[in-house]
Design a protein around this ligand. Structure first.
Ligand SMILES: NC(=O)c1ccc[n+]([C@@H]2O[C@H](COP(=O)([O-])OP(=O)(O)OC[C@H]3O[C@@H](n4cnc5c(N)ncnc54)[C@H](O)[C@@H]3O)[C@@H](O)[C@H]2O)c1
Length: 304
């Protein structure tokens, strides 16, 4: 009898503590939405960005450099990557360029050791490199599907294998990953790509939870980015019925939004900002209703 009363009391205290914590977390979130969140400094942090030869990665390299970060640029395309590094050095930034196919685990691990020797410990990792072949599923060949997963998904694991241990050891670090709105909603002509971007969302969310539950109290931050369409040429035939609502964002704007999200320790951000909320609202409706709404908005990508 005594044991029963005791365990019910413990349970009631647990529930009470949960309610207080939830209310506090909601109030904190409302306050932060209204008052804004301070942006942490990235000056002198070593930021490694993959896919810096073009598009969002190149812009990220420029903007991180302008904030005083030491920028390490990785890309499979040496010529374009060298151009980025040259531009950065010309404006006095500390920038280092390396050619790397991020889907090649051995190459990633070997190069990571070289970066540690030549530059230092990477404290911000931006897994940005990605590809996006766009056609109906049955027109994708097996090699292409494998390549999408090797670059868009497996590369994240190799980069984490290379850089997460030292972040954990130093109890200091931030992982940023480029998913996509195609990582929260299915989009025609992008079946393998959508799967790969859902995978990025899953790996980021579960890794963040795993470290949150780690008894060592590891303070590594995770930020996952969900762009709609960024005007880099990656998406060959984008389509939007209401450009004023769902516009194609310039790479500069996307990079700036990504850096703000990272500096504010946001865990998930869509570009444009409201899209994740809109998608969550759509998911509350019955499937047919949300399909009608999707048809009305008529936005997506046509086959290459
Ligand atoms: N552009 C968009 O509309 C859009 C939308 C949602 C998500 N994203 C994501 O944002 C990221 C960047 O997209 P982007 O538009 O800047 O692309 P982009 O094609 O303009 O640039 C990608 C860069 O990655 C490099 N790269 C490709 N494969 C590589 C490999 N195996 N190893 C190393 N580097 C490699 C390319 O050489 C290129 O410089 C991608 O992950 C993409 O899926 C883009």
């Amino acid at each position: 009898m005594f044991l029963k009363v005791y365990s019910i009391t413990i349970l009631l205290l647990d529930v009470l503590s949960l309610v207080v914590k939830v209310i506090f977390a909601v109030l904190e979130s409302v306050y932060q939405t209204i008052a804004g969140v301070a942006e942490k400094s990235v000056a002198n942090e070593i930021v490694l960005i993959t896919g810096t030869g073009h598009g969002i990665g190149k812009e990220l390299a420029h903007q991180y450099a302008s904030l005083g970060a030491i920028v390490v640029c990785w890309d499979i395309n040496q010529e374009e990557n060298d151009k980025t590094v040259h531009e950065l050095r010309k404006i006095g930034a500390k920038a280092y360029g390396y050619k790397c196919d991020v889907s090649d685990r051995d190459a990633v691990l070997t190069l990571a050791r070289k970066v540690k020797e030549e530059v230092g410990e990477v404290s911000i990792l931006v897994n940005n490199a990605g590809i996006m072949p766009c056609h109906p599923l049955l027109q994708h060949n097996p090699q292409e599907i494998r390549k999408i997963y090797e670059i868009n998904v497996f590369a994240h694991f190799w980069m984490l294998e290379a850089f997460l241990p030292s972040m954990i050891q130093n109890n200091h670090g931030h992982i940023v990953a480029l998913s996509s709105m195609a990582g929260v909603m299915g989009i025609p002509n992008l079946v393998p790509y959508c799967g790969s971007k859902y995978a990025v969302r899953g790996l980021m969310e579960s890794l963040s939870e795993e470290l949150r539950e780690d008894a060592r109290q590891i303070d590594i931050k995770f930020t996952t980015i969900f762009p709609f369409i960024v005007d880099t040429g990656l998406c060959k035939k984008p389509r939007t019925r209401f450009p004023f609502l769902l516009s194609f964002v310039p790479a500069q704007t996307a990079a700036s939004a990504i850096i703000t999200a990272q500096r504010r320790n946001y865990s998930e951000v869509s570009i444009p900002r409201g899209l994740l909320y809109l998608n969550n609202i759509l998911k509350l409706f019955p499937l047919r209703a949300s399909q009608h709404m999707k048809d009305f908005f008529d936005s997506g990508v046509d086959s290459d």
